[in-house]
Design a protein around this ligand. Structure first.
Ligand code: FBP
Length: 552
């Protein structure tokens, strides 16, 4: 394999562990904290998890290691979307397992949770692991989105574990994958299989966080990568002074990524989906809000700017989600075939006009034709519109253009509006992990091995105090059931980890809110530049603004 000079250099990087894990395995003792309760619906969650509910929070500290050092075999799974640092979770896990007992074995199930069901894995060796240390991506074993959630799948998983003598499974995933990790842990406990399950919090979206998990890994690197690019675009905009850039950033539902990028780069506009929903903003109101900035800046002779649009925003616009619901209904079952058989867009439009309510049609009518067509082209396997494929950056720039046209006719706006569009998503998910993510992930993996050694089951590897230097980080574990509540999913009540949306009374949003009116009019851009891996700590070990503000 040909490798870049940076990759070669990164192989040599030694990730920083929390101080309490730095004295060698034989010097890590466990301190049991208080019994835990789920965040809500305690009785229901307890009934669903009789064997794993209510366990104690635990912290590791310096002291004699009293755990059994018997030979162990551990399986690891990467689940869902890529996030920088996954390879370091695996290398931390591997190093700690080998340090505990050189005969311990780590195997990696390939291509996500399906690897466990299909009994498809590789056995890690020193050489293999060394090729992936401190690198981005999940290509060490691949990832996948198969969900492990049915009793049939659990029974197969138990068989596979028995066949290979696996003592523990580590699942590296987001809220759904860790929810399923808790259910699998309960299944193993209920069936006395002796297999432990440990979760690790992953997702660039940043929505797996709560009072225990300060942030999911990958968020730091991904937002720094997008912020670098946004800062570069801001500087280009400020140099050429002729384009308005509409930049959609990833984050399926919550707007943590968009907000963090805004805090780092101070663009003229950043929409926050959670605010759009809370204020029940219509598409027209959002377009007016952006057009106000364009108009004010034009009055100052600045016919350029940058607007950040979170990927999931359209789902948070009440009238738009109502429209989508009607479209899903309109095309349900065989009706989709009848629609698709219509030869021209004109005929299709008539079909739509006859099928939608007046309210839905009023929204549909204001959409640009390309977006109208996207709503009818892209369906997911359940027949639903795939909202994440809607080019919302183009949608909003088109709506803003309409607003500006009206304003021009009224004589209130005399500027020029040339929009350009970008989508930053996949380019941030496999970047070389920042020092923060490299350290955090290695620590999560190392810590997961300690949780296994001490016999815990159904726990999430927890590293906290993350806004401080790694030396001061706190390592421990939290029962996954503590993070659960009951939610209605696909018509059923399900125990799930609560997804964290942007809190409108939280410090990161408040800071943004206090400053955004100024940023909307002035050119207050900040250029974060590329992630730095070597150099002064205040540059290389910088955490996200979100984390810094939350922990202020
Ligand atoms: P996870 O929640 O699995 O970490 O994935 C997050 C994400 O990157 C979202 O931001 C994005 O909407 C989605 O994955 C894209 O999914 P896919 O990789 O399947 O296209």
């Amino acid at each position: 394999m040909k490798i870049s000079p940076l990759q070669k250099a990164r192989y040599e990087y030694e990730p920083k562990l929390p101080g309490m894990l730095r004295n060698g395995i034989s010097e890590i003792s466990v301190k049991e904290g208080e019994p835990t309760q789920s965040v809500a619906d305690q009785e229901k969650i307890q009934a669903l998890f009789p064997n794993t509910y209510g366990k104690n929070e635990i912290t590791f500290e310096k002291g004699e290691n009293t755990a059994e050092t018997k030979k162990r075999k551990v399986g690891v799974i990467l689940s869902g979307g890529q996030a920088p640092g996954g390879h370091n979770v695996i290398s931390g896990l591997y190093d700690a397992l080998k340090a505990s007992n050189p005969e311990n074995e780590l195997i990696g199930f390939k291509n996500g949770p399906s690897g466990l069901i299909e009994d498809d894995f590789i056995v890690f060796t020193d050489d293999y692991i060394d090729e992936y240390r401190n690198t981005g991506g999940f290509d060490i074993i691949g990832s996948g989105r198969t969900k492990l959630e049915t009793p049939e799948q659990f029974a197969i998983a138990a068989e596979v574990c028995k066949k290979h003598g696996i003592d523990a499974i580590v699942i590296i995933g987001g809220d759904d994958s860790n929810t399923n990790a808790a259910v699998l842990a309960e299944y193993f406990a209920a069936n006395n299989s002796g297999v432990q399950v440990i979760g690790c919090p992953k997702t660039i979206d940043g929505d797996l966080k709560n009072e225990d998990i300060e942030c999911s890994f990958g968020f730091d690197t991904a937002t720094k990568t997008y912020s670098e690019l946004i800062g570069n675009i801001e500087r280009d905009a400020n140099s050429a002074k002729k384009y308005w850039h509409f930049i959609k950033v990833m984050g399926r539902s919550a707007s943590h990524v968009a907000l963090e990028c805004a805090l780092e780069t101070q663009p003229n506009i950043c929409l926050i989906s959670e605010e759009v929903a809370a204020k029940k903003m219509s598409l027209s109101q959002i377009a007016d809000y952006i057009a106000d900035s364009v108009e004010k800046r034009a009055a100052n002779g600045e016919n350029f700017g940058v607007a950040i649009i979170p990927e999931g925003v359209v789902e948070f616009v009440p009238e738009f989600s109502a429209l989508i619901a009607e479209i899903n209904e309109l095309l349900a079952g065989e009706k989709a075939e009848a629609f698709n058989a219509l030869p021209t867009w004109k005929e299709k439009y008539e079909f739509i006009e006859n099928g939608l309510s007046k309210e839905a049609m009023d929204v549909f009518k204001i959409l640009p034709e390309t977006i109208q067509q996207q709503l009818f082209l892209e369906r997911d396997p359940h027949g639903n519109v795939q909202v994440s494929l809607i080019e919302s950056e183009k949608l909003f720039s088109a709506l803003v253009a309409d607003k500006l046209k009206e304003r021009k006719e009224k004589g209130t706006y005399t500027g020029k509006f040339n929009p350009l569009h970008h989508f930053f998503g996949y380019e941030g998910r496999c970047a070389f992990p920042s020092n923060f993510d490299a350290d955090y992930c290695y620590s999560l993996g190392y810590n997961a091995a300690m949780l296994i050694q001490y016999g815990f089951n159904g726990y999430l590897s927890k590293i906290s105090n993350l806004s401080k230097p790694a030396e001061e980080w706190v390592a421990g574990g939290m029962p996954i059931t503590k993070m659960m509540n009951i939610e209605r999913r696909h018509g059923e009540d399900k125990p799930v980890i609560r997804k964290a949306l942007v809190e409108l009374d939280g410090k990161p949003f408040k800071f943004f809110e206090d400053n955004r009116d100024k940023w909307a009019v002035e050119t207050a851009f900040v250029f974060p530049g590329a992630i730095q891996y070597y150099g002064p700590s205040e540059v290389c070990d910088l955490t996200t603004r979100t984390l810094a503000l939350e922990k202020e």
